[in-house]
Write a protein that binds this ligand. Structure first.
Ligand code: PLP
Length: 395
């Protein structure tokens, strides 16, 4: 392979680039996971992650990717034959539904067009019709990574309550957590699922279940047969900072530093930074004469922007050209929108210049790949950033 100079631009919507400070924190010697030193590390990590979910309740850390935490969430509260209501926000909602079905759960989809988040009104209508309370849980993806649309989680909770329905609210915030606002306790979420490799700025490898009291009670009373994923087994030993099996020790070092960084910047500042970068990106897309995939105003993601390709031009060829010439990775279109959409990740450890660099790669890549567009989107984004106060810097 030939050497490519300069830093790679990893602008996919996760994994996101890992800050040097986090990499350094992780490059420590592995310690005995039954030692007193580990107990302290475990307690610190478990306490720290609660501040990111904004919860006083339990958060479980699994050595797995987000998919494992999806399965853990389902297996602890649902058994074969149980019914769940899911919402088709995009590819990841579809995958979660397929998993539920593989576990023998009867999953009902409220259909969506992959261009917006979940609609609380439709959820309320469906729950009102379920007079026998057969639906055990409502599962919603907070930030649909395949499309760049955000579901209004607090309103979904209100919809469940308005219908007077006892279903649990289970939320996938794998790509939302630590980039856009998420409030486990205040929003009344029962189970939240997340992963390390997005807003938490860590490598892939650990995942989370935040678990509320009602979900814990449901797990005690039911759920599927389970062992590795069992919440109760984890929570007992977690109380002293330990895990029932070998934990991902070095990821925990990184997690503590990454969370320190998020609090040093200020969580609200982090969220505002993501929104500002997303708005600058949409301004660039608009100026290029291209279309943002999310078409519901107010539901556009702060994490990533999905962009529709002009008719007759493949997203995958464009991404390959941008990678070859500008050393930038952009997200691909997934399943239903494969080759029709590309995704610009603007999450995690990035600043104005990172974003402008990334948008420059997109604009030049469009040119090199012969994709029809107007020039000057990067300039529009630059002017947007110049004229819009940077949270934590200008304020
Ligand atoms: N859910 C969402 C919203 C995701 O973005 C992803 C991964 O990108 C997953 C689930 C699956 O997580 P993982 O790939 O870590 O298993």
């Amino acid at each position: 392979m030939t050497h490519v100079s300069g830093r790679h631009f990893l602008q996919i919507p996760g994994p996101s680039p890992v800050p040097d400070r986090v990499l350094r924190a992780m490059s420590a010697q592995v310690i005995d996971h039954r030692s007193p030193e580990f107990g302290e590390l475990g307690l610190r990590a478990l306490a720290a992650i609660k501040t990111i979910f904004k919860t006083e309740q339990d958060v479980i850390i699994y050595p797995s990717s987000g998919t494992g935490a999806w399965e853990a969430a389902l297996a602890n509260v649902l058994r074969e034959g149980d019914k769940v209501l899911m919402y088709e926000t995009g590819h990841f909602a579809t995958l979660w539904k397929k998993m539920a079905e593989k576990l023998g759960v009867e999953a009902e989809f409220i259909g969506g067009d992959w261009r917006s988040g979940a609609d609380p009104d439709q959820i309320e209508t469906r729950l009102r019709a379920d007079t026998g309370h057969e639906i055990k849980a409502v599962c919603v993806v907070h930030n649909e990574t395949s499309t760049g649309s955000v579901s209004p989680i607090a309103e979904v909770r209100q919809a469940i309550d308005a219908a007077g329905h006892p279903a649990l609210l289970m939320v996938d915030t794998i790509s939302g957590l630590a980039s856009i606002d998420f409030r486990f306790d205040e929003w009344g979420v029962d189970v939240a699922v997340s992963g390390s490799q997005k807003g938490l700025m860590l490598p892939p490898g650990i995942s989370f279940n935040a678990v509320g009291a009602k979900a814990l009670a449901a797990a005690k009373a039911g759920g599927a047969r389970r062992s590795y994923w069992d919440w109760e087994e984890m929570l007992g030993i977690n109380g002293k900072g330990y895990f029932p099996y070998t934990p991902a020790t070095n990821m925990l070092y990184g997690l503590i530093d990454a969370i320190d960084m998020l609090h040093e910047e200020g969580l609200e500042t982090v969220f505002a930074r993501h929104q500002r970068h997303a708005a600058a990106t949409r301004a660039a897309v608009d100026a290029w004469g291209l279309e943002v995939l999310c078409n519901r105003q107010g539901q556009e993601s702060g994490v990533l922007t999905g962009v529709l390709m002009p008719e007759g031009h493949g997203a995958d060829n464009f991404r390959a050209v941008a990678l070859k010439h500008y050393n930038i990775s952009l997200g691909s279109g997934l399943s239903k929108v494969a080759d029709k959409v590309f995704r610009i990740g603007h999450l995690g450890d990035i600043n104005d210049l990172t974003l402008i660099g990334a948008l420059s790669g997109v604009e030049m890549g469009l040119g090199k790949a012969g994709v029809p567009h107007e020039k000057g989107g990067v300039g529009v984004a630059m002017r947007y950033l110049e004229s819009t106060p940077a949270p934590g810097i200008d304020a």
